[in-house]
Design a protein around this ligand. Structure first.
Ligand code: CMP
Length: 136
């Protein structure tokens, strides 16, 4: 069955001109970009997206960073477990721990400016797609 996940190039990726390089890596696996938009994320959408991190020391910084300038939000479609394929391409959250060959391992150096976000489960994918693309 076909399956979708939410994937975002964060402000640092857009500012550094890395959208093309990042999306190229995703398309090279055969996954399809079925929806995409460059937009500035409003505070309500950002807070809903990162609700699980509310109360953590980096929450304020995270919300101001993600709303600071345009992000490239996408829906990616592929086989069951598409979210997991995308997460493997991304590498670990902390670029210092991300393997060479992954987006973060090759291109990122900071945990807060780590270039990309991808849903971490099928449930998160549904929730995050609904949050960023409410009219479908
Ligand atoms: P992301 O996958 O978008 O989900 C939460 C984000 O919080 C994470 O990527 C990091 O970019 C960001 N973040 C900033 N500081 C930290 C931290 N100390 N620990 C974990 N995540 C952090």
């Amino acid at each position: 069955a076909m399956n979708s996940t939410f994937f975002m190039c964060k402000p640092d990726a857009v500012e550094r001109g890395l959208i093309g390089e990042i999306i190229r890596r995703i398309e090279a696996t055969g996954l399809k970009i079925v929806r995409a938009e460059l937009r500035v994320v409003d505070e309500a959408t950002a807070k809903a997206h990162y609700a699980e991190h509310e109360g953590k020391p980096f929450f304020g910084e995270l919300i101001s960073f993600i709303t600071s300038s345009p992000v490239f939000v996408t829906e990616i479609s592929g086989p069951d477990g598409t979210w997991e394929i995308v997460r493997k391409l991304m590498g670990k959250t902390n670029p210092a721990e991300a393997a060479p060959g992954t987006i973060r391992g090759d291109l990122a150096t900071s945990i807060s400016a780590n270039l990309v976000h991808g849903s971490d489960s099928a449930d998160s994918a549904r929730r995050e797609l609904a949050n960023f693309f409410p009219v479908r």
